[in-house]
Design a protein around this ligand. Structure first.
Ligand code: ADP
Length: 410
């Protein structure tokens, strides 16, 4: 019997054996059987022509069909499937053909199978190498970014700390001169300079501490009754001088829900809103606008801070909330808090995000993109849960009468 005829004889039992050993589930089985039929056809061609290369295109398809998940689990080998195919060929030949034809057939198919095993193994190795190199490239990229962020941060931190230190040193030396002269001048102005320098230093050091508290999940919130509208009114007053100096429009619109009592850490929320507003002023050119608005959602209050500034590239919408996620060049860095584009150390938004998330809320940015000429603007959304009762019993007890009044008002 010719080898090709022998192959034709064993086609059905071979197909039955392989599909029952390997395919699981009806849907899988149907497409898998089609694949096996193609394999068997190519095997027949390979045996007939003595060229095992016939199977290569199909094998490449099989190797490449492994998913990213398989690659990550390092579970890419087709070897167990090929083992089963070989065993099924041997069994089908033994059970279907006379012994000598079965031996002849195995003699003809074995070199093809040897090629198949070697070919698949080399392709899989190449695929693994590709995947591992990609992983190494990705890891290298993120390490480089991390390294750059760190050295940028050190440069900025040094710059930030140097400015108030120089101020303090200058004022101290003037104070010393004045004291030596004993000319009776008022020291108030000089002391104010020292005071400004130390305050800025304290802010920077506090930011560093906050980042480490948030990083280590140690940010403790002190829940008290708060009214978002009142907080925003205080901030409006606080920033009025800054916006005037930058000739900007700064409006806080009242919105439903903003005058309802909710529980939150007032000091931390002030810090969070202050950071977002400082940025809105900083990244908006002179003459631009910053509008604060919001709305009430079921169980939440959403505050929006919209500016007509330089905007944020969609690729950076997540990154700006990461530690040291500042985007500008370090050389543009400035210690001025609300000076146009005077980037800070890149800790403001990560701290803000930490505070909002510790309250059970969320913060995100919406912006068409970054453009210093067209200024598409950005909208920062801050979502805060409306808490009618504080999360801990002690605070609830302390504020019980107020909670009862607020809940009766609803
Ligand atoms: P920084 O101290 O640099 O201002 P932040 O953490 O507060 O750090 O902000 C991170 C980065 O996000 C900024 O460097 C800036 O590039 C970008 N950014 C924040 N707010 C705005 C905004 N309103 N408009 C445009 N870019 C912004």
């Amino acid at each position: 019997m010719r080898t090709v005829e022998a192959l034709d004889e064993i086609r059905r039992p071979w197909l039955f054996k392989v599909s029952h050993r390997l395919a699981r589930g009806e849907g899988v089985r149907e497409s898998f059987i089609q694949q096996l039929e193609r394999f068997f056809e190519m095997l027949t061609q390979a045996v007939e022509t003595g060229n095992p290369g016939w199977l290569e295109p199909l094998l490449i398809e099989w190797v490449e069909a492994r998913t990213q998940g398989d690659l990550e689990k390092r579970d890419t080998s087709l070897a167990p499937i090929l083992d089963q195919i070989l065993i099924a060929t041997y069994q089908a030949a033994r059970e279907t053909l006379p012994e000598c034809s079965a031996l002849d057939l195995m003699g003809a198919v074995l070199p093809v199978y040897t090629h198949v095993f070697e070919f698949v193994s080399s392709k899989e190795t190449a695929l693994h190498i590709d995947h591992v190199s990609r992983e190494i490239e990705e890891a290298k990229g993120s390490l480089e970014r991390l390294d750059k962020s760190k050295s940028d941060f050190i440069a900025i931190a040094a710059h930030e700390l140097k400015t108030p230190l120089t101020l303090i040193e200058g004022y101290m030396s003037m104070l010393r001169d004045q004291l030596n002269d004993h000319n009776g001048t008022s020291y108030a102005l000089l002391l104010e300079g020292v005071d400004n320098g130390t305050r800025r230093l304290r802010e920077i050091v506090d930011d560093m501490i906050d980042v480490s508290l948030i990083d280590n999940n140690l940010l403790a919130l002190n829940f008290q009754p708060i009214w978002i509208r009142r907080m925003l009114a205080v901030l409006e007053l606080e920033f009025s001088e800054h916006v005037l100096s930058r000739n900007q429009v700064f409006e806080v619109h009242p919105f439903p829900g903003s005058d309802e009592m909710t529980f939150g850490d007032e000091e931390r929320l002030f810090q969070a809103f202050r950071n977002v507003i400082t940025n809105a002023i900083k990244y908006t050119p002179d003459g631009g606008s910053i509008i604060i608005d919001g709305r009430k959602l079921p169980g939440f209050i959403e505050v929006t801070v919209a500016d007509s500034g330089i905007g944020v590239d969609p690729d950076d919408h997540i990154r700006i909330f990461e530690k040291f996620g500042r985007l500008g060049s370090v050389s543009l860095h400035s210690s001025g808090k609300t000076k146009f584009k005077g980037g800070g150390p890149g800790l403001g938004l990560p701290i803000t995000k930490g505070i909002i998330e510790a309250h059970g809320g969320a913060i995100w940015v919406e912006s068409e993109g970054y453009d210093e000429v067209k200024c598409p603007g950005s909208v920062f959304h801050i979502l805060l849960p409306l808490r009618k009762v504080p999360p801990d019993d002690k605070t609830a007890k302390l504020f019980r009468p107020l909670i009862e009044v607020a809940n009766a008002d609803r």
